[in-house]
Design a binder for this molecule. Structure first.
Ligand SMILES: Cc1cc2nc3c(=O)[nH]c(=O)nc-3n(C[C@H](O)[C@H](O)[C@H](O)COP(=O)(O)OP(=O)(O)OC[C@H]3O[C@@H](n4cnc5c(N)ncnc54)[C@H](O)[C@@H]3O)c2cc1C
Length: 317
């Protein structure tokens, strides 16, 4: 594995990371910037229509991600002469470990070994899997982790979606178009979603809610395929007949790749940053939901953009 170098390594190529790349490039197009991760693996790419980006009425997540990729790729051509390497490079691989020595950071992927002067961590929040009883037994047999990706497969069927927040509200609103009946199984007393979605949900004839469900009591069952879901509601044991269960839960930040670096984190595991997105470790910046920002695309893109400017100013010094 040969050792490559870059000025800025951006770990996480969701909208946060790509916004950071656009900002850093615009601030100084001579910098070599490498963006790690798979853009189409990001939350936005996997999650249907987005309706809250100012100036854009509605856009499908995967199309929007593609537009930003194209924008970045086009920038590569802007100041690069023929035979020169690209200044902005996507490396479609996850970083497995980051280490720091006195002069630089080192990032390892399956096939690359890269030295960077500064790093932005924008890896988002992972999906929480393997927590519901029966979940692992029925993957691709009625259990899915993405309502928008798989919902249409259950046209005319009864389904359940487990979780809370805007993404479950959005998932249920998507499912109602295809499925005969959608039951939201929520661990809390409210869905904790924007009212705009709640109003639409409450007006939907084929959506019902189960609140305050202890997720440890939930069990997905069936023989070959999913046939239903059991759970405890108050003192009662309930059983729903469904053909699919969408498990849409979010996990805490995963900082395994930074295990050799002493980053300050909050008690809930989010990376602590200052107003310029710098962490306590010199040269490491962070942005997006991994640093506890609200889970809204316009906020996360702005946060990523700010990190891109801050890291460039840091390198200038
Ligand atoms: C169903 C659903 C609907 C939503 N709808 C909306 C909406 O309409 N409007 C809105 O504002 N928000 C919405 N959101 C929230 C929004 O999608 C997220 O807040 C946003 O995608 C987070 O962006 P991010 O770049 O911080 O993280 P992500 O999008 O999760 O991107 C992180 C990236 O980092 C990569 N990565 C992780 N680990 C590594 C590693 N070790 N090395 C390299 N790369 C790594 C991942 O593969 C991923 O590509 C929705 C979310 C969901 C789940």
């Amino acid at each position: 594995m040969s050792l490559e170098r870059c000025d800025i390594a951006i770990v996480g190529s969701g909208l946060t990371g790509m916004s950071a790349a656009l900002a850093a490039y615009s601030r100084n197009p001579n910098q070599i910037i490498k963006i790690f991760g798979i853009p189409f693996d990001s939350n936005t790419a996997k999650k249907g229509e987005i309706e809250n980006i100012p100036g854009i009425n509605k856009v499908v997540g995967v199309d929007y991600v593609q537009q930003v990729i194209t924008q970045i790729e086009n920038l590569n051509a802007e100041f690069v002469k023929e035979d020169e390497p690209n200044k902005l490079e996507f490396i479609n691989e996850d970083v497995t470990v980051i280490t720091k020595n006195e002069t630089h950071f080192q990032l390892i992927t399956d096939s690359r070994n890269i030295k960077a002067d500064a790093v932005i961590i924008s890896t988002g929040l992972p999906e929480l899997k393997h927590t519901i009883k029966g979940e692992d037994d029925f993957v691709h047999k009625g259990v899915s982790h993405c309502a928008v990706c798989d919902g249409a497969l259950f046209r005319g069927k009864k389904v359940a979606i487990i979780g809370e927040g805007n993404f479950v509200a959005r998932g249920a609103l998507f499912l109602r178009k295809y499925c005969r009946k959608v039951t939201i199984i929520c661990p809390n007393s409210t869905l904790d979603s924007d009212n705009r979605f709640l109003i639409k949900l409450s007006k939907s004839q084929n959506i019902s809610f189960k609140y305050n469900i202890n997720l440890e009591s939930v069990e997905i069952f069936g023989s070959q395929l999913v046939e239903g879901v059991r759970f405890q509601e108050g003192e009662e044991n309930k059983e729903l007949t469904v053909n699919a269960v969408f498990v849409e839960l979010k996990d805490k930040p995963d900082l395994t790749l930074l295990k050799d670096i002493s980053l300050d984190i909050t008690e809930n595991g989010y990376i602590i940053k200052n107003a310029k997105n710098a962490t306590n470790v010199e040269g490491i910046f962070t942005a997006g939901s991994i640093s506890g920002e609200m889970d809204y695309i316009p906020i996360l893109m702005g946060d990523g953009y700010k990190a891109g400017i801050s890291v460039t100013e840091y390198l200038k010094k």
